[in-house]
Design a protein around this ligand. Structure first.
Ligand SMILES: [Zn+2]
Length: 287
C-alpha cells in the first residue's frame, strides 16, 4: 500500500530547517508527503541588526514571522514549537535563563516531543547530529530529547499522558561530508578568517565540526527545483543572513557542490544500517 508518508524535522532554532535539510524537506513536500517542522525555541538569542526589527516587538516575533515564511516556501504541512527560549551560547546570559531549553529537564523536553510524535505520526524523524553540528546547547538538547522521544513514543508505559503510543519507523541525523570541510578549515586562516568563530553570531566552531565524523547512510540527490525552493525558504531568514555565506568555507563548498551536484547527507540512527550502500531515499523500505 502506498499510503501518504509523513516526515518531521526537529530543529533547535527558526532557520535550522532551511539552512539544514531545507532541500530535502522541499523534495518530500513536492513529492506529496506530509512534512512537519518542529522548532524547539524562538531563536531569541540570535543577533539581529536593527533594520530587521521594524514592525516587530521582539526578536522572537520577527523570527517566528521568518519561520512562517520559510515553512510556506518549503510547502510544509505544519509548523510546531516546543515553546522554549533560545539558550544562546554556553556561558552567555541567555544560557542561564530558567525558561531556556538548556535549563529544561530532558524528561520534560522529551515528553513534549513524544506528544507531538503521537499526534502527527511521522514515518521518518530527522534532527541534528549527536555533536549537534557546532555544539550549540539548543542543538544538543534538541538532539538528545528527539532521540529519547523517538524510542519512547511507541511505548505505552512511557509518557502515558502524551496520548496513545505511536512508533515512527526511521530516525536520521543531518550530517556533512568531511573531506571538503577539512580542506576549507585549513584554508580559512589563509583567507584571514578564524575557523573557531564562524557565522553571523560568531558562534560556530568549524574545527569542532570537522573533529567528529559520522557515517553517511543516506545521500539525497537534489534537483534544481528543490534547491531553489530551499534558497527561497532560506531567504525568509533575512535577519540571520538568509543562508548565503558569501565568503569562507561554505562558499567554497558550494563551488564543490556545483561540480558534484547538490546533495543532503544523513546518518541513519534507527533502524541501524545493515549495508554499506547509502540509501537514496529516506522513505526506502517503508512501503
Ligand atoms: Zn540553530
Amino acid at each position: 500500500m502506498n499510503k501518504q508518508k509523513t516526515l518531521a524535522f526537529f530543529g533547535a532554532h527558526p532557520d535550522d530547517e532551511s539552512f539544514g535539510p531545507g532541500s530535502t524537506l522541499a523534495k518530500y513536500a513536492l513529492s506529496g508527503a506530509k512534512v512537519y517542522c518542529v522548532c524547539s525555541t524562538g531563536g531569541e538569542a540570535g543577533t539581529v541588526a536593527p533594520e530587521f526589527m521594524k514592525g516587530y516587538e521582539s526578536i522572537a516575533e520577527l523570527r517566528a514571522a521568518e519561520l512562517k515564511c520559510a515553512s510556506k516556501a518549503l510547502g510544509l504541512t505544519g509548523l510546531l514549537y516546543l515553546g522554549y527560549r533560545d539558550s544562546g551560547m554556553r556561558g552567555s546570559d541567555d544560557n542561564k535563563r530558567p525558561e531556556c531549553l538548556a535549563m529544561a529537564p530532558l524528561e520534560e523536553v522529551t515528553g513534549r516531543i513524544v506528544r507531538i510524535l503521537r499526534d502527527i505520526k511521522p514515518d521518518v524523524v530527522m534532527t541534528h547530529d549527536p555533536s549537534a553540528d557546532y555544539g550549540h546547547p539548543d542543538h544538543i538538547a534538541t538532539h538528545n530529547a528527539t532521540v529519547k522521544a523517538f524510542h519512547a513514543a511507541g511505548d505505552a508505559s512511557q509518557y502515558p499522558e502524551a496520548g496513545p503510543p505511536f512508533q515512527p519507523r526511521k530516525l536520521y541525523f543531518g550530517v556533512r561530508p568531511h573531506g571538503t570541510m577539512k580542506v576549507m578549515v585549513k584554508l580559512m586562516p589563509l583567507l584571514g578568517q578564524d575557523p573557531h568563530h564562524f557565522g553571523r553570531n560568531k558562534d560556530i566552531d568549524l574545527t569542532r565540526m570537522v573533529d567528529v565524523e559520522y557515517p553517511i547512510n543516506a545521500v539525497i540527490k537534489l534537483s534544481k527545483q528543490e534547491v531553489a525552493v530551499r534558497n527561497k525558504a532560506a531567504a525568509c531568514h533575512a535577519s540571520q543572513g538568509g543562508g548565503r555565506f558569501r565568503r569562507g568555507p561554505f562558499m567554497l563548498m558550494r563551488i564543490v557542490e556545483r561540480f558534484r551536484g547538490p546533495r543532503d547527507y544523513f546518518m541513519r540512527a534507527y533502524p541501524p544500517p545493515t549495508r554499506k550502500r547509502p540509501e537514496k531515499d529516506l522513505l526506502e523500505g517503508l512501503n
